[in-house]
Design a protein around this ligand. Structure first.
Ligand code: MN
Length: 278
């Protein structure tokens, strides 16, 4: 019987490596997945550059973005983006937050991103969110649950939200669909920018966008693209070791812990209060 949890954790790391290799994620940004057996929980890597993330870096969080088990890992400050979207959207099973250069001109200018080619249709109607509207001057990181909840409201029933002067957050019903939408969302933005430089953008009609999005979001497309991106990750020598996934499912979320990652119980407890909120 396939180990669904182990496969899900492994695919989360593969999706993360794909999005790093495709230059969507750089030093920053993150991908998460909802727990396949418990909709009230999700997994996300610890605080580190996405391309370096391993299955052993995954932490299991509640939808309030609190660790299910004490951990000495430093966590992403913007994890509430994920938790609050999972809370608001039971149909969402994977989330990516990124600052890809392809979409940032739109986040900066407020110009709408619209589907300009068939594969770009999967972005749907892209929403805007301005943290300033509700929260005034901040350090522009989405760290408070109410900030995450506000972003989730802006996303509404849609799949992509541009965060003004910051980046974007993309949602999916699963990791492969999310990866497809995230990569082609960036391609679409890049192509739209190039078309705008030509002087005219002829976008898909609403009817075309709807029909095309439904078609391209199906597994024949998302799996084919996934296999292609996996091959690119393999060529780059960036595939995570598959065995790690099996170890993770046997030992909770800590596969192959190095000495540094397995502190004594008392040290671990202490580090929770001092580190998890950063
Ligand atoms: Mn960010």
């Amino acid at each position: 019987m396939p180990d669904v949890l182990a496969e899900t954790l492994y695919e989360l790391i593969v999706a993360t490596r794909i999005l790093a290799n495709e230059k969507v994620l750089d030093a920053f940004g993150h991908v998460s997945v909802r727990h396949p057996h418990d909709p009230q929980r999700y997994f996300i890597p610890r605080h580190r550059a996405p391309e370096l993330a391993e299955v052993s870096d995954l932490v299991e969080l509640t939808l309030d973005s609190e660790p299910v088990r004490p951990t000495d890992f430093r966590l992403y400050s913007e994890k509430v983006i994920h938790g609050e979207i999972y809370k608001a959207r039971p149909d969402v099973h994977a989330v990516c937050h990124h600052h890809a250069h392809a979409v940032l001109p739109y986040a900066i200018s407020g110009q709408e991103i619209v589907p300009v080619f068939h594969l770009g249709a999967v972005i749907g109607k892209v929403q805007f969110w301005d943290q300033r509207d509700e929260f005034g001057d901040t350090n522009m990181l989405v760290v408070k649950p109410e900030e995450g909840a506000s972003l989730a409201r802006a996303l509404g029933p849609h799949w992509m939200v541009l965060m003004r002067r910051h980046g974007a957050t993309v949602a999916g019903t699963g990791l492969r669909e999310l990866t497809f939408r995230t990569v082609f969302g960036c391609d679409n933005a890049r192509l739209q920018s190039e078309a705008m430089a030509h002087g005219r953008v002829d976008a898909l009609s609403p009817g075309e966008a709807k029909l095309t999005a439904a078609h391209q979001s199906r597994p024949p497309s998302t799996n084919r693209a996934w296999d292609y991106w996996v091959r690119q990750v393999e060529k780059a020598g960036l595939m995570p070791a598959h065995a790690a996934a099996k170890a993770a499912s046997n030992t909770g979320t800590r596969a192959k812990s190095g000495a540094k990652r397995a502190p004594a119980k008392s040290a671990r407890k202490k580090s929770v209060t001092s580190r998890r909120r950063r």
